[in-house]
Design a protein around this ligand. Structure first.
Ligand SMILES: [Zn+2]
Length: 244
């Protein structure tokens, strides 16, 4: 990636954002302030939240200490600090400049669908040598096979020609040891209703992989179930270990 172009793009986006913030400031003071709810949502309020130096820098630039309480309508008009999303969207310009994927076919070239955990550390393209256009990649919390996974694999096979499924769970998964009942009870205490879905936490990593393989193999809607294999990705080494 061209780092200079990337930096220029980010700087231009930040300058644009600051101009918009100044233009929108309703009280005309041209001071910048933050929205408590946004910072709270982003977890930037705690020094131990692990926010990056970049996001801490953004926060400093967007905060006016002692800003007066604001009504909901004020808040709707209020200035927003640069978010991580803004940072990422700013990268799109450089991506478009180098874009060369327009000729890819819709159907995955490898005829494989990968079902994997959403964990941010899993580099599935690197681990499997995939390139854009090669495979469907379905990700969720745990990489478990849910009704929605069955829906996507069914569409992947029946409409888009895939014939094999690779399941990828991983070491140190956040779903390992999650107690559904306790988690849902906490949500119910917080919002007054219990989630209608299963969170699919698990105590046994290999057992969860086997259960997911079985859900694919026994689904009446999925036509190709001869090549369904499950693996554990080691987040320390990147190695895939097959679960049999
Ligand atoms: Zn995980």
């Amino acid at each position: 990636m061209d780092t200079k172009v990337d930096d220029d793009t980010r700087r231009a986006a930040i300058e644009h954002q600051v101009r918009c913030m100044l233009d929108q400031d309703a009280d005309g003071s041209h001071e910048l302030y933050h929205d408590d709810a946004v910072l709270e949502f982003r977890g930037d309020r705690s020094p131990s939240s692990g926010s990056t130096s970049r996001s801490r820098g953004r926060r400093r630039s967007g905060v006016r200490a002692g800003a007066a309480p604001r009504t909901p309508s004020d808040r709707a008009r209020s200035l927003r600090p640069m978010s991580a999303t803004d940072d990422l969207i700013a990268n799109n310009g450089a991506f478009v400049d180098g874009f060369d994927l327009a000729d890819l076919a819709r159907a995955p070239a490898s005829k494989v669908a990968v079902v994997a955990c959403m964990d941010a550390r899993l580099d599935l393209f690197g681990a499997l040598g995939l390139r854009p256009g090669d495979a469907h990649v379905l990700r969720n919390a745990g990489g478990v096979v849910t009704d929605d996974t069955i829906r996507s694999v069914t569409i992947s096979q029946r409409l888009l020609g895939t014939e094999e499924v690779i399941l990828v769970h991983h070491t140190d998964c956040g779903m390992l040891g999650l107690d559904d009942d306790e988690f849902h009870t906490g949500i119910e205490a917080d919002v007054g209703q219990r989630p209608p879905w299963s969170s699919d936490g698990f105590a046994d990593l290999e057992g969860s992989v086997r259960r997911s393989i079985e859900r694919i193999r026994t689904s009446p809607f999925i036509p190709h179930t001869d090549h369904v294999r499950g693996f554990v990705y080691d987040v320390q080494t990147g190695a895939l270990r097959e679960v049999t």
